[in-house]
Structures are given as C-alpha cells and as structure tokens.
Design a protein around this ligand. Structure first.
Ligand SMILES: [Ca+2]
Length: 179
C-alpha cells in the first residue's frame, strides 16, 4: 500500500508538473490584448495618445506598468521598432537630483543611447525620451511637461505566478495529506 501510494504520488507529481509546464508555456507566450511580448515582458503604446512624462507614467501605472526601461541594446532595438517615426517617453529621468538618472521602474541599468550632446545639462530638462527613427531612436532630455507618445512595460500576468505556486507546491502536498 505504501509503495502504491508513493508511486501514485510520483505519477501525480510528474503529471502535475507536466500540466503546469504546458500551461506555463502558453501563458509565457501571452500578454494582454494590445500589448506586445518581448524577452518576458509586455509593452504597450497607445498610438495617438500624448502625455506629459508624469501623465504617461500615470497611464502606465493604472495598468500595473511603468514607462519603459531600456535595459540593453537588444531591448533598445525592440523598443525602437515600436517608437518608429514618432518619439516616445521612456522611464529615465533626473527629477529628484540633477546628477542622478533613475528609471521610474526602480531597475538599475547602465545601458544608455544618448544622442550627441546629451544628456542635456539644462535643469529644465529632466525627462528622457526616445527620438524618432530618422534620429536613430537615440535618447534626449526634454521638459517633463512636454507631451509625447509613450511606451509602457510590465511583467506578464500574475496568474502565471499563481499557477506555478499553487500547482507545483500546494496541490501535490494536499494530495499527499489525503492519501
Ligand atoms: Ca525593460
């Protein structure tokens, strides 16, 4: 009986892991409608909407996102594909301290792609935006009150984490308890 029970538990555990990994694979590929997936995160731009930097961040925050953080050259290339001919705000700014650039997401990233003579030393220009394609989609500081298009970025849905935590760790344990 103990052997059978152990065997059943093993089968259940493997099956449960398999089922979850399939579900996980599907969720992994998916962002909410209107969002585009890249490197595990989801990106969004409302094409004709222009906002101040803070207004844009507020729109992103309402969707559990932040203004995009460009972490490396690969992500820059992907983001540039969204920016295209129309410049967009990104999350980089030095509003708190002129000498300290921060991403609004709180991420630490050393990657930058400043345009010539940027970042501007003007104390009036505290927010970074990504220039249009004909300017190489490089970055430029601008007045935060200016209105630009913008790109939001966020991780995938929380349901993914829920499935992993619940099925992999809780369900097999409950099965074991009822045997
Ligand atoms: Ca990013």
């Amino acid at each position: 009986m103990a052997v059978n029970c152990g065997f059943l538990l093993l089968v259940w555990f493997l099956f449960s892991g398999f089922a979850v990994s399939r579900a996980q694979g599907k969720l992994y590929e998916r962002c909410e409608k209107g969002w585009r997936l890249y490197g595990g995160n989801c990106y969004f731009r409302k094409n004709n909407k222009r906002e101040t930097w803070q207004g844009a961040q507020d729109v992103c925050a309402k969707q559990q996102a932040n203004l995009v953080t460009v972490n490396d050259a690969h992500e820059q290339k992907f983001v540039a594909g969204i920016v295209g001919k129309r410049g967009s705000w990104c999350g980089l700014n030095n509003q708190d301290n002129k000498n300290e650039f921060k991403w609004v997401s709180g991420e630490q990233s050393g990657y930058t792609l400043w345009a010539t003579n940027q970042p501007s030393k003007s104390s009036k220009k505290r927010c970074a935006h990504i220039l249009s394609a004909n300017k190489g989609n490089k970055w430029k500081m601008s007045k935060c009150a200016n209105k630009f298009r913008f790109i939001c970025e966020k991780g995938r849905s929380g349901i993914y984490n829920y499935l992993i935590n619940y099925n992999l760790f809780v369900a097999p344990f409950q099965t074991f308890q009822t045997m």
